[in-house]
Design a protein around this ligand. Structure first.
Ligand code: FE2
Length: 393
């Protein structure tokens, strides 16, 4: 029997659990959506998950349009194309069906359908473009199909600036959706490598949010969510390699991703600072780059973040003869689970020593790096990158 729970986070209503997708009719009527546009990508459009979701809409008698030209790491140009498609088809609401790129695009499409502004202005909270002319965005429902970004839980959207190819973080309270429908059944067919990359990204959101300097250490709310996320994701990730169609494990990973999406609002760190840069330069999937960097950044931060690493280790029942050995074992456990996915070396996407200076400069300027618990010098990033290009596989 399907069982799901409903709760609120700010203005966002969440329906979580196996079978949650069946609530779409009720959700659409709750936001007065009569003719939604579904935003997705071409690969997802061919999946059983997409078919089962849209069959549900057809059975419920809901008319909808599909825009499936969203690509990974979209620019604002794609968002505008989707907006024009939606307006031309008289759509009155937006359903995001996909991973982080699609969720972030859909947030911006719902926003842009009501506001004729340059979306890049949202990368600056003080933009005059958001004055009295601002109109409430169109109704927005997020249906994540990966357990990674947790983007459905926050009011951020990462969109590539077409003119510079740099990833920009857009921020506005209206980029938070009306509903998140979180159904782990939609993630059952996700390939293992994508499962690994996206879930390690979610794990990193929990760890970096917890240890970042933006979170001062006495926020028990953040700590509770981060520790729950970390101690849920790691065992599930270890187990799913041998049992990829386990609905219980898929539910755990989706839960961890949801929690990570909240925690990252309280800070991030150097893993994301470098990954945002490498992802932009080489057009590489975010979760993959995060997976390659996480262990090196944990090692870099281990002395300054030892107290919080010990809390995390305790939540995972990891214990050594002293603090040093306990943290060794914690980092080693993460290293081992990442290694099991056999992600290719960053040299395979083109990372070379020649590019180090520009990567270091951009990574240092990234907002996430600013909140890393240990102060970062150019040579520190150089050491990490140098270590990563030694890996040839
Ligand atoms: Fe991330």
């Amino acid at each position: 029997m399907d069982a799901f729970m409903e709760f609120k986070f700010g203005n966002l209503k969440i329906i979580f659990g196996p079978g949650a997708k069946s609530s779409i009719k009720k959700v659409l009527s709750g936001v007065q959506g009569i003719r939604p546009v579904i935003l997705t990508d071409r690969n997802l459009r061919e999946t059983n998950a997409f078919k089962s979701f849209t069959d549900g809409l057809v059975n419920d008698g809901i008319a909808f349009e599909v825009f499936s030209d969203i690509q990974s790491d979209p620019s604002e140009t794609q968002v505008y194309e989707a907006k024009i498609f939606a307006l031309n088809h008289q759509c009155d609401s937006v359903i995001a069906f996909g991973g982080g790129s699609i969720l972030d695009s859909a947030k911006c499409v719902a926003f842009a359908m009501s506001n004729d502004i340059d979306l890049m202005d949202l990368s600056n909270k003080k933009s005059p473009a958001l004055g009295s002319v601002y109109q409430k965005r169109k109704p927005l429902i997020c249906v994540p199909t990966t357990s990674g970004t947790g983007s459905e839980m926050n009011s951020y959207a990462v969109i590539k600036q077409a003119s510079t190819h740099m990833k920009m973080t857009l921020i506005h309270e209206d980029l938070l959706a009306d509903y998140a429908i979180e159904d782990p059944k939609l993630t059952l067919d996700l390939p293992l490598n994508i499962t690994g990359q996206t879930s390690i990204d979610a794990l990193t959101h929990c760890i970096e949010g917890y240890v970042s300097t933006k979170f001062t250490g006495n926020n028990l709310f953040v700590k509770a969510l981060a520790i729950e996320g970390i101690s849920t994701i790691i065992p599930a990730l270890e187990a799913i390699i041998d049992n990829p169609r386990s609905l219980d494990l898929r539910t755990d990973l989706l839960w961890g991703s949801l929690l990570g999406g909240i925690v990252l609002q309280y800070g991030s760190g150097l893993t994301h600072g470098i990954a945002n840069t490498i992802g932009s330069y080489y057009n590489a999937p975010h979760g993959y780059v995060i997976s390659k960097l996480l262990v090196d950044v944990l090692t870099f931060n281990r002395t300054i973040a030892s107290e919080k690493f010990m809390v995390i280790a305790e939540s995972l029942a990891i214990q050594g003869k002293d603090e040093n050995e306990t943290i060794d074992r914690f980092i080693d456990r993460i290293k081992k689970v990442i290694a099991r996915f056999n992600f290719a070396s960053l040299t395979k996407i083109g990372l070379t020593e020649t590019d180090f200076p520009k990567i270091i400069e951009t990574s240092l300027a990234d907002k996430c790096t600013k909140y890393n618990p240990r102060k970062v010098e150019p040579k520190d990033i150089d050491v990490i990158l140098d270590h990563l290009i030694q890996e040839k596989i």
